[in-house]
Design a protein around this ligand. Structure first.
Ligand code: ZN
Length: 301
C-alpha cells in the first residue's frame, strides 16, 4: 500500500471542551505517530511524505499556479468555500494581531456560533467583522481547535467531514473524501462504455461511491453530495454493536455499493471504531479490521 503522510499533521495539537472540561483533543498527533509506527513495521507499505509549499501561491484566492500544492488547493476550492479556506489560513494570525488571548496550549477554540436561519430561503448571515465571533461563524462545535499549523496540517491530512462547504467541526477542517471524488472526476469527467477515459464526452458523471467507516456520521460528506445521484454515500456509524453485528451491516453496505456500480470507491476509514478508542463505542478488535478488508476484497473477486 502507498501511504501519503503530511508531517504538518504532527504539529496540529489542539484542545477540546468535553464534559465541561478543557482537555487535550482526543484526535491528536499521537494517533498519526502510532499509525506510522505500525505501517513502518511492515515491508508491504511505502510511506511517502508530502510537503505543501505554503507560500503566496497557496493563498486560496490565488490558485492559478501550476505547482502541485496549488493544484491541490484548486481542488480544495472546487469542494469548499474560498472564504472559508481563507479564514482557515489567516485566522490564527488575525487573532494574535487583534490582541486576543490564546491559552497555554497556544490554540483558539470557537466559543460562540451562528444561529441557523429559521427560513432557509433567507440569505445566510454575513461574516462577522469581530474576530472572536468570526471563529465560531465557521465552526459548529468545540472539538476543533485552531493553532498556528492548522491550515498547513489540513492540506493533505486525513480529515473526514465538514458541514456543507464552509464549517469545521468534529476535528475536521477539509473534506478529503470529497477531494478524492473531485480529483477523480477531474481526471475522468464523464461515463465511458469501457474504461474511464479523460477524452470521453458523454455527459453523465461516472458513478462513484464513498464507504464511510468512521464511528461518526460524515455529515459534511453527505451534505456535499446529497443532491448528486452519481455519488453514493454509505455510512455505518454511531452504534455500539459487536463485530458480528457490524459485519452484517458492512455486507449490506458493500452490496448496496456494488448495486450502484461505481468505478471509484473512497473508504473513509476512521479507526475510532476500535474497541479501546475513547471516541467510539463499536466493539471492533484489531483482527476484525483484516476481516473488514477481506469483506470488500473477496466481494470484488
Ligand atoms: Zn470519528
Amino acid at each position: 500500500m502507498i501511504v501519503l503522510h503530511n508531517p504538518s499533521g504532527l504539529l496540529h495539537s489542539t484542545v477540546e471542551l468535553l464534559g465541561a472540561a478543557l482537555i487535550p483533543a482526543l484526535e491528536c498527533p499521537e494517533r498519526i505517530t502510532a499509525i506510522l509506527e505500525a505501517l513502518s513495521s511492515s515491508s508491504s507499505h511505502t510511506i511517502r511524505t508530502t510537503n505543501f509549499d505554503l507560500g503566496d501561491n497557496d493563498d486560496p484566492s490565488h490558485s492559478q499556479s501550476s505547482s502541485s500544492s496549488s493544484s491541490l488547493v484548486s481542488l480544495i476550492i472546487a469542494t469548499h468555500s474560498p472564504a472559508y479556506l481563507k479564514h482557515l489560513s489567516t485566522i490564527f494570525q488575525t487573532w494574535l494581531s487583534a490582541g486576543l488571548v490564546v491559552g497555554p496550549d497556544f490554540c483558539i477554540l470557537p466559543e460562540c456560533f451562528a444561529v441557523p436561519r429559521p427560513d432557509p430561503s433567507l440569505p445566510p448571515a454575513s461574516e462577522p467583522k469581530d474576530v472572536y465571533a468570526r471563529v465560531g461563524y465557521y465552526a459548529f462545535d468545540m472539538s476543533s481547535g485552531i493553532n498556528e499549523y492548522t491550515y498547513q496540517a489540513v492540506l493533505g491530512s486525513a480529515n473526514l467531514a465538514v458541514e456543507g462547504v464552509k464549517l469545521f467541526g468534529g476535528y475536521c477542517y477539509v473534506n478529503n473524501a470529497a477531494l478524492a471524488i473531485t480529483a477523480y472526476r477531474h481526471l475522468y469527467p464523464s461515463t465511458s462504455t469501457t474504461s474511464p477515459s479523460p477524452k470521453s464526452s458523454a455527459p453523465t458523471p461516472i458513478p462513484t461511491a464513498i464507504l464511510d467507516l468512521d464511528f461518526h456520521h460524515g455529515n459534511g460528506t453527505q451534505s456535499i453530495f446529497y443532491q448528486d445521484p452519481s455519488v453514493l454515500y454509505v455510512s455505518i456509524h454511531g452504534r455500539d454493536d459487536s463485530y458480528a453485528e457490524y459485519a452484517q451491516l458492512l455486507d449490506t453496505a458493500i452490496a448496496r455499493i456494488r448495486q450502484h456500480g461505481p468505478r471509484f470507491v473512497v473508504v473513509s476509514l476512521g479507526f475510532d471504531t476500535f474497541e479501546l478508542d475513547p471516541l467510539g463505542k463499536f466493539g471492533i478488535a484489531t483482527a476484525d479490521y483484516e476481516s473488514m478488508a477481506r469483506a470488500g476484497w473477496e466481494e470484488e473477486e
